[in-house]
Design a protein around this ligand. Structure first.
Ligand code: SF4
Length: 317
């Protein structure tokens, strides 16, 4: 399966570079699988967090590269390699097992679209070693159907973003005018897999409420929440936080306002979208991760375990 890196067409960017020889395309990653951290996370949607927490594994690098990325240290460091360390499929499997042993209810793989072959191999190794909990795929949805097929028998639930359906916004913020069509196709593909469970996540972009309305209309039009009862949900996120403030492509570097939040709630009601979750408005940056810390999700260090408990960090020896 690593031959897929030889002329990389793994994601819609279709760079065609030979990552096995160390060439780098848009995601800037070679064929090596690099991880940033793994932890028991308790801040996901209730069915994802469960009682024991979600076993999140943050992958380094990204094939989309949003200008406002909250995880910019691991996704798109401006002039240096992103934070992270190369792991083998055996080490990936060991991390999965460690998360399970610490009580994780699932393995939640975050932003791994550019490393699907390596992650698929790592999941196989983990299953061979006895991993029993479900595997969740947490991605931007900027993915091809062929790549998702690789995961179809290995992933139990899907957590795709649907960031916008406006090609102009997608071009300005992700340099991917085709994101809307690609993401819709990816979500339909995920829904086509038997027994799959899906939570479509949408982050409200301050000042771009029309984009949110378009996303909600598509989800309602899809009848996602009627035909796929108990199998599909929507999750509205309000946590947009100004980072990377020197990037002038983002005109609205502020939090979502109460008025914007209430407008979105109204639309959810008008469109009859009932199955899902809506985050309370976020008003400060205290939750922002810092992947330079062993517990990236704690501003106070490792003792603040209520949101996240670290299991593996890229600087561990
Ligand atoms: S995975 Fe990376 S190298 Fe491959 S096509 Fe996508 S952006 Fe390009």
């Amino acid at each position: 399966m690593t031959s897929l890196y030889e002329h990389c067409n793994l994601c819609p960017r279709r760079c065609g570079v030979n990552r096995l020889r160390g060439e780098r395309g848009y995601c800037r990653e070679t064929a090596a699988l690099r991880l940033a951290c793994a932890s028991i996370h308790r801040g996901e949607e209730p069915p994802v967090t469960g009682q024991g927490g979600s076993g999140t594994i943050f992958v380094s690098g990204c094939n989309l590269g949003c200008t406002f990325c909250q995880n910019w240290q691991i996704s798109r460091y401006a002039d240096a390699e992103t934070m992270g360390r190369e792991v083998s499929s055996e080490e990936f499997a060991a991390i999965c097992i460690a998360l399970e042993e610490k009580g994780a209810e699932n393995i939640n793989i975050v932003t791994g679209s550019h490393t699907i072959p390596a992650i698929a191999e790592g999941i196989d190794r983990a299953r061979e070693r006895g991993l029993k909990i479900p595997v969740l795929w947490n991605s931007s949805a900027y993915e091809t159907g062929e790549a998702l097929e690789i995961l179809s028998t290995k992933v139990d639930a899907w957590l795709p973003d649907l960031k916008t359906l406006d090609p102009a916004l997608a071009s300005r913020y992700f340099n991917a005018a085709d994101y809307p069509e690609r993401a819709k196709a990816a979500i339909l593909k995920m829904l086509s897999f038997p027994y799959s469970f899906i939570i479509v996540r949408h982050l409200i972009l301050p000042g771009h409420l029309e984009s949110t309305r378009e996303v909600l209309q598509w989800l309602a039009h899809l009848n996602l929440f009627k035909n796929t009862k108990n199998r599909a949900m929507v999750s509205i996120m309000t946590q947009f936080t100004p980072v990377n403030v020197t990037d002038l492509r983002m005109p609205y570097m502020r939090y979502v306002t109460q008025e914007e939040y209430e407008q979105v709630l109204d639309w959810l009601g008008e469109l009859g979208i009932e199955e899902g979750y809506c985050q309370e408005p976020v008003r400060n940056s205290g939750w922002l991760p810092d992947f330079g810390r062993r517990n990236p999700f704690s501003a106070r260090g490792d003792d603040a375990s209520e949101l996240s408990s670290p299991v593996w960090h890229w600087e561990d020896t």
